[in-house]
Structure formats: structure tokens, C-alpha cells
Design a protein around this ligand. Structure first.
Ligand code: NAP
Length: 285
């Protein structure tokens, strides 16, 4: 089993869960020192997604790959395609790709269009695969907050089923541990959501409850959101990505609540107010 993105919030949780189940793993990262040291796991890298030559030896010996998506705007397809191609070259038989809820060619959220491109590449590659579409992270509004813990944006009255990293990791661990050939998850797309669809204002209120800190929400129009982000010095691509994130929530297309977490993990999805890990404010703009 190989897992990428293991220096990050999701990949590290997937790796810890698999280690807890005694699964031998190859943990990949760009910064090997930042990869968790876990029983039964080898740390492999540096393995940036845009470097097929470095990825091949890092993936050598794995039969299944969990591909945690990277962050570059506009280059996700190229980078993810390089990882999938390197995996195929060294004999990986199965890929579990962590995509995004709402992925599609006409998605409102810019990054969801990128994820759809990787989903298509994976389908065309012919490898056995499962697409895990993660819902909107509950942590994202917390990282969008400014130093005064205010979250602003044009999400309107739309709802989203914000989901905990830990629940997504638990689903992925369940998917990869079902390793029959074929697995019941082969060819499937699983949509992983939190237990309840709520507005951004409600989610921010729940984050305040969870953290005991006074996070609050202030609505913005798309025009106000544009002007504020432009003044922060963000690029057009970054501004589009963030405004489209809020507008995707406003549009209501992310409000579906699925049974994937309870069905695959045996535990109910975690309510936002009960999540115990939060990134610091100001990590996203
Ligand atoms: N569902 C959602 O709401 C949502 C929200 C935000 C992001 N995402 C997506 O979900 C992914 C995982 O989320 P997360 O919370 O774990 O993010 P994170 O904490 O930022 O971790 C991202 C991981 O991906 C690695 N990575 C990024 N680009 C890479 C590249 N080009 N080559 C190799 N490794 C690369 C990072 O490595 P380094 O430590 O070297 O940077 C890190 O290990 C994100 O990368 C993003 O694509 C989803």
C-alpha cells in the first residue's frame, strides 16, 4: 500500500489509520522528514507529483495507491497524471483517488473541475480504481477566518454537508482494506459527507462551539469578495478559486448528505461541533 500527501492533514490520518490496522505501507512525501514514522511503514521521497522519475522508485513495491490530491491551481491534471503513470509503470494494480464532491466539467467550484479531469484520466488509464469524492472540509471555514476569527464570503443561504478529515480518512482506510481482486469498491464513486447540511453561517457557529473561540460569519457579495481578495494581492486564478468555492455552496449543489461514512466505517459522521482538530485562522485567504 502506498499513500501520498502524508505530510498533510488527510494523508497523515489515512496513514495512521492503516498503520493501526497493521497494513504495511509506503508513505510518500516531498519532505521525507515531515512524513510520520509509523509501525510497518517505510518513508519514501522526495516524491513531488510533477517528477515521474522520482515517483517510480518511491512507489516501487506497492500494489495499491491512495492518491491524495495536490494543491497547485491549474496543474492538478498534469501532476496527478504523472503519479498515476508512474504507479502503472511500477506495477500498481489499484488506485484510490481522493477527489472532491461535485467534481464535474461544469462545476461552479473551479477546483472541482480540476478534480473531474483527474477522474477522467484515471478512468481512461484502465487501472482498477475507486474515486472518493470528499465533501467540503469542515476545517476550511476555520482556515478562511481572519485574525479576528471572521469568515467572510458570498455563500448566501446555500447549504453544504461539511465533513471531518478523520471521517474521510476512515472511509478511505475501509475502502483500501477491502482488497479483493476485484474489490466491491472498484469502479465506484463514493461521496463522503458530514451528517448534516448547513449554511456557512451555521458551520462557523458550530466551529465556535467546537473550538470555544468566537468565530463569526459576515456575508459578502461576490463583488466585495473580489475587491477584498484583490487588495490582499491574490492572483486572478486564486480569486476565482475562492469566490467559486463560496458560490458552489450558495448554489446548493453541495448539500447532499450521504450514508457513506456510517455505511463504510460503522460509526456516524462527526457533527462539526464535535470535531477536535482545527487549523489556525488565516491559512487560506
Ligand atoms: N474537500 C475539501 O474541502 C478540500 C479542501 C482543501 C483541499 N482539498 C484537497 O485535499 C487535499 C488534501 O487535503 P489536506 O487537508 O490533507 O491538505 P494539506 O494538509 O495541505 O496536505 C496536502 C498534502 O499534499 C501534498 N502535496 C501537495 N502538492 C503536492 C505535490 N505537487 N507533490 C507532492 N505532494 C504534494 C502536500 O505535501 P507538502 O507537505 O510537501 O506540501 C501535503 O502532504 C489537498 O491537497 C487538496 O487537493 C480538499
Amino acid at each position: 500500500m502506498a499513500v501520498t500527501g502524508t505530510t498533510g492533514a488527510l494523508g497523515s490520518r489515512i496513514a495512521r489509520r492503516l498503520a493501526g490496522h497493521g497494513v504495511p505501507q509506503l508513505l510518500l512525501g516531498r519532505d521525507v522528514a515531515g512524513i510520520p514514522e509509523l509501525v510497518g511503514a517505510q518513508r519514501r521521497g522526495p516524491a513531488p507529483y510533477d517528477d515521474e522519475a522520482a515517483l517510480r522508485p518511491a512507489l516501487d513495491g506497492a500494489s495499491t495507491l491512495v492518491l491524495v490530491s495536490g494543491r497547485p491551481l491549474g496543474r492538478r491534471l498534469e501532476e496527478h497524471a504523472a503519479v498515476i503513470t508512474a504507479a502503472r509503470a511500477v506495477g500498481v494494480e489499484r488506485v484510490v483517488y481522493v477527489s472532491l464532491l461535485g467534481a464535474g466539467p461544469d462545476a461552479t467550484y473551479r477546483n472541482a473541475r480540476d478534480h473531474w479531469l483527474t477522474e477522467r484520466f484515471l478512468a481512461d488509464s484502465g487501472v482498477r480504481h475507486t474515486v472518493v469524492r470528499a465533501g467540503i472540509y469542515a476545517s476550511t471555514p476555520a482556515s478562511l477566518a481572519d485574525d479576528d476569527l471572521v469568515v467572510r464570503g458570498p455563500a448566501g443561504a446555500g447549504r453544504a454537508a461539511f465533513v471531518a478529515h478523520e471521517d474521510i480518512a476512515a472511509v478511505i482506510a475501509a475502502v483500501v482494506r477491502d482488497d479483493g481482486a476485484p474489490s466491491v469498491h472498484d469502479g465506484r464513486t463514493l461521496e463522503v459527507t458530514g451528517p448534516e447540511a448547513m449554511t456557512l453561517a451555521e458551520a462557523v457557529g458550530q466551529i465556535a462551539v467546537a473550538t470555544g473561540r468566537p468565530y463569526r460569519h459576515e456575508p459578502e457579495t461576490p463583488e466585495q469578495a473580489f475587491t477584498r481578495r484583490l487588495r490582499l494581492g491574490l492572483s486572478g486564478e486564486q480569486i476565482e478559486a475562492w469566490i467559486s468555492w463560496y458560490l458552489a455552496i450558495a448554489g446548493g449543489g453541495l448539500s447532499t448528505v450521504t450514508d457513506v461514512v456510517p455505511r463504510l466505517t460503522g460509526s456516524p459522521a462527526t457533527p462539526v461541533a464535535a470535531i477536535d482538530w482545527w487549523p489556525p485562522p488565516g491559512r487560506a485567504s
